[in-house]
Write a protein that binds this ligand. Structure first.
Ligand SMILES: NC(=O)c1ccc[n+]([C@@H]2O[C@H](COP(=O)([O-])OP(=O)(O)OC[C@H]3O[C@@H](n4cnc5c(N)ncnc54)[C@H](OP(=O)(O)O)[C@@H]3O)[C@@H](O)[C@H]2O)c1
Length: 680
């Protein structure tokens, strides 16, 4: 495995109310003690705090600040022999310690205490794995410490209240001592048969708290927007509450809770805000009335407990109601608590005992964090999570640094040739079997010999097929920077010759001004604003007066994830689309003006057409993507020191993509065909 680099990419917040800025060459954080690990970020899970902190100016201890509270990544360094992790392990990191920038998720390398790390079981998709950690910790501490619910009957989970109460009070930060030691009388802790009401029932924390509470034997009442979430919650047996109350009319919801549960409601969790926390407090008043009005047996609990995750009510607590803030610090400040929670979560994941959050959006690369957070700001992420996949960007960055001088990101082995030939067949079918555009064909049809150059010819299949269609005295020449995929010379048609040549470099004098047609295909991944003009200029030198440049290529701006099943979740397909759209961030600035570029190179545009994918060809196009990703992976592993260092999550991604394609997703796409002619 490659060791960590000395410098890394991070996202910096320079001031409140600003987007995070990508910053390269930032020092890689160091591990300080034997229980710390260094983890390379693969998928970042986004939390509401990541946008609320900069927008409302809280929870930012220092500027510039590195944020980000959870991720999935690969352990790249361990410090002590005591840790249960090894380099190469794929893990979930839960970073509640927002004061330590080394532990923040918005960076390439993250330091984590091993008691805040969970091994990612192979059955858990990294996107889902990156979305549940903070919510799980908040739910476990709210239920387990503030309400005193023991998890011992759920896969031997911890009794957090007992564990905490055995600690030396002075070991804990002062601000959480009271919540941990005084706020709940241990005889009044929550247990099987009790009811809990959770307001903000669509949140990830609510979903996990609800599942844990039900597994522990509690009855759950969820208050949520029923129009938005009712069907989803009703359909999934893991998420279905004992009672669902619509949150639309707050007072009506309070009435329903009081009317349904009377004085039975002793535990409340609010995940929404001050207003709903107050409403939840009012709903719990019925208990007060019951305790006050009728004679009750001696051990009847007299206190009710409301945990406010986002805020506490403004009105003072009264009549036995006690407010709690979740003592989240326990997780990162007390190793016994951190380990108890992470080991238990690992077991729950391994045994598939909890339903994972739905991943509703996948953004790509560190710059995708701002896009994901903007979607959260706009309220688009509801009933699930947004994640940022950094692996795709990592693949491209790796591939680019591996191949020099030009960043050809694919391989050149026989499988690569199969992909190129397969892609050729797809495009030919899309172009109604025509190798030359009708405008070109018409112009050269009457000639008895035609000279054609195919640039970046690859396996030369286009040229070979064309040789059958042209008059027999025609001359066809193929050029490519590598001859690795060329057929043997002996097997080429007599009038086809292949040469090794870099299309960005001047062609040999014997070729200049000698061709009727120059063909260029599948070249766009190598182009940018700087090299497109010199390339066109160079290709033009090959043409005779009145000769044609025919350029067919994929338009990355047209990539779009589509599915035949509305509502189908397709994070991997979306992620590949983001990679395609973002691999060349400047593409729009020059491709939009491609006819101007032709003019500037002295090529008069005579056709500019779009070629759209048709449904019956989608399976072939899907195969092209799978083959392309496999090729990229093989290429990377061959070029990585030590040989077979292909990150296993990459293989997983390819499998996930295949599975999504099989369910009816695809990547919509358009190609463009540009024809330019030199002056007669
Ligand atoms: N104190 C702690 O240590 C701690 C720990 C964890 C979480 N929290 C807090 O607990 C709350 C829930 O966290 P979570 O991660 O479980 O949340 P989440 O999964 O992101 O869900 C939050 C819910 O809020 C609503 N929502 C989404 N975008 C919104 C927007 N722009 N404005 C208003 N509402 C929006 C959505 O519900 P609807 O569409 O149904 O309205 C969404 O389902 C957050 O306030 C979080 O900061 C605190």
């Amino acid at each position: 495995m490659n060791g960590p680099r000395a410098s890394q990419t991070v996202l910096l917040l320079h001031a409140p109310k600003q987007p995070y800025q990508v910053s390269e060459d930032y020092a890689t954080p160091r591990i300080d003690n034997g229980s710390e690990l260094l983890v390379r970020t693969q998928v970042i899970g986004l939390n509401p705090i990541d946008w609320k902190a900069p927008d409302f100016g809280f929870g930012i201890p220092v500027l510039p600040y590195i944020a980000g509270r959870e991720l999935v990544g690969q352990v790249v360094r361990t410090s002590g022999s005591t840790t249960r992790f090894q380099e190469g392990d794929q893990v979930i990191v839960i970073s509640t310690d927002y004061r330590d920038p080394r532990k923040a998720a918005f960076q390439e390398y993250v330091v984590a205490s091993d008691f805040n790390v969970v091994r990612l079981p192979p059955t858990v998709n990294p996107h889902a794995g990156a979305s549940l950690g903070v919510a799980f910790v908040a739910a476990a501490l709210s239920l387990g410490v503030c309400m005193g619910l023991s998890f011992q009957n759920i896969a031997d989970g911890p009794d957090l209240l007992k564990l905490v109460r055995k600690l030396d009070r002075n070991l804990l930060s002062e601000d959480i001592q009271s919540d941990c030691f005084d706020a709940l009388d241990i005889t009044q802790r929550a247990g099987p048969g009790d009811w809990i009401a959770i307001w903000g029932g669509s949140s990830t924390t609510a979903s996990i708290a609800s599942q844990l509470a039900r597994l522990a034997g509690l009855h759950v009442l969820l208050i949520a927007n029923q129009a938005k979430h009712g069907m989803r919650l009703a359909k999934d047996s893991a998420l279905r509450p004992d009672l669902l109350v619509d949150s639309h009319d707050q007072e009506r919801a309070v009435d329903i809770i009081q009317g349904s549960l009377g004085g039975k409601l002793r535990f409340g969790l609010d995940t929404q805000g001050r207003d709903s926390a107050e409403a939840l407090g009012r709903s719990m008043r019925a208990r007060e009335a019951v305790i006050g009005s009728i004679p009750t047996p001696p051990r009847t609990p007299t206190t009710t407990h409301l945990v406010g995750l986002a805020a506490l009510p403004n009105v003072p607590a009264a009549g036995g109601l006690i407010y709690h803030r979740v003592p989240i610090k326990l997780f990162h400040e007390v190793p016994q608590v951190g380990s108890a929670i992470t080991l238990w979560l690992e077991t729950l994941l391994e045994k598939s005992l909890i339903a994972l959050p739905d991943v509703l959006a996948v953004e790509e690369g560190f710059s995708g964090v701002n896009r994901g957070l903007d979607r959260m700001r706009r309220g688009e992420i509801s009933g699930g999570r947004a994640v940022v996949d950094c692996l795709g960007a990592y693949i491209i960055a790796m591939a680019e640094t591996l191949s020099s001088p030009s960043p050809y990101i694919f391989g050149r082995d026989h499988k690569s040739s199969i992909r190129l030939n397969y892609q050729h067949t797809l495009i030919k079918t899309l172009c109604n079997g025509q190798l030359l555009h009708p405008a070109v064909h018409q112009n050269i049809a009457s000639c008895s010999s035609i000279r054609v150059a195919d640039v970046a010819t690859g396996t030369a299949l286009w040229l070979i097929e064309l040789s059958d269609l042209l008059p027999k005295h025609s001359q066809l020449h193929g050029f490519d920077i590598s001859s690795d995929q060329y057929p043997l010379k002996e097997w080429l048609p007599k009038n086809v010759s292949l040469h090794e040549h870099d299309a960005f470099k001047p062609f040999a004098p014997e070729f200049l001004g000698s061709f009727d047609v120059v063909n260029l295909r599948f070249f766009i991944t190598l182009l940018n604003e700087e090299n497109i003009r010199p390339l066109l200029g160079n290709l033009k030198t090959l043409l005779k007066p009145g000769g044609f440049l025919q350029w067919l290529d994929f338009d990355p701006r047209s990539a779009r994830a589509i599915t035949i099943r509305p509502g189908l979740h397709m994070p991997r397909t979306e992620s590949v689309v983001s990679i395609m759209r973002e691999a060349q961030p400047d593409v729009d600035s020059w491709l939009r003006h491609h006819s101007d570029l032709f003019e500037a190179a002295g090529l008069h545009p005579i056709a500019d057409e779009r070629v759209k994918l048709r449904n019956h060809l989608r399976p072939i196009w899907n195969h092209c993507h799978i083959m392309g990703m496999e090729e990229l992976s093989r290429h990377m592993s061959r070029n990585t020191e030590g040989g077979s260092d292909m990150p296993s999550p990459l293989l997983q991604q390819i499998k996930d993509l295949e599975a999504e394609f099989a369910q009816g997703t695809s990547i919509d796409a358009e190609w463009f065909m540009m024809i330019g002619q030199t002056q007669q």
